[in-house]
Design a protein. Structure first.
Length: 134
C-alpha cells in the first residue's frame, strides 16, 4: 500500500507542471550596480544597450512540464527581458545613456531552466560592444 501511494504521489508531482508559467519580475542586483559604478562611473563613460539576439537554433519558448510556455514577462520575449535588465542595472549605476557612443550587444547561445526545486535558469550569452577589441 505504501509503495503504491509513493508511486502515485511521484507521478502526480511530475505531471502537475509548474505552479505558474510567469517568472518573478527582474530586480536589479546591488552587487552588479556597485561593480558597474566602480568600473565605469568614475571614468565618466556611459553606455547604451543595442540588440540582444538569439543564436541560430536557440528557442526561447521553453515549456514547463506540460503546463505551457514559460513567460519571463507578460508581452515580452526573453531577449527583450534581458535587454531591459541590462538597461535597468546600467541606469541605476548612472552610466546608461540612450545615445552613448559605446553600445553593448548580446547573443543568447543557450537557454534552459529547471523547475525542480531549487529552480534555476541557465543562460549562455556572448556580450560585446562596438568598442570591443578584435
Amino acid at each position: 500500500m505504501t509503495k503504491t501511494v509513493l508511486v502515485a504521489t511521484g507521478c502526480l508531482l511530475l505531471l502537475s507542471g509548474c505552479e505558474t508559467t510567469n517568472s518573478i519580475p527582474y530586480k536589479a542586483s546591488t552587487t552588479n550596480v556597485i561593480s558597474i559604478q566602480q568600473n565605469l562611473k568614475s571614468t565618466g563613460k556611459t553606455v547604451n544597450v543595442g540588440s540582444i539576439a538569439l543564436a541560430p537554433g536557440v528557442d526561447e519558448s521553453l515549456m514547463c512540464r506540460m503546463n505551457g510556455t514559460v513567460k519571463v514577462a507578460p508581452g515580452k520575449s526573453l531577449s527583450q527581458y534581458i535587454k531591459e535588465a541590462f538597461q535597468e542595472e546600467l541606469f541605476l549605476a548612472q552610466v546608461y545613456e540612450a545615445n552613448a557612443p559605446a553600445t553593448i550587444n548580446g547573443r543568447l547561445d543557450a537557454v534552459s531552466f529547471s523547475s525542480v526545486s531549487p529552480a534555476s535558469w541557465n543562460i549562455t550569452m556572448q556580450v560585446s560592444s562596438n568598442h570591443s577589441a578584435g
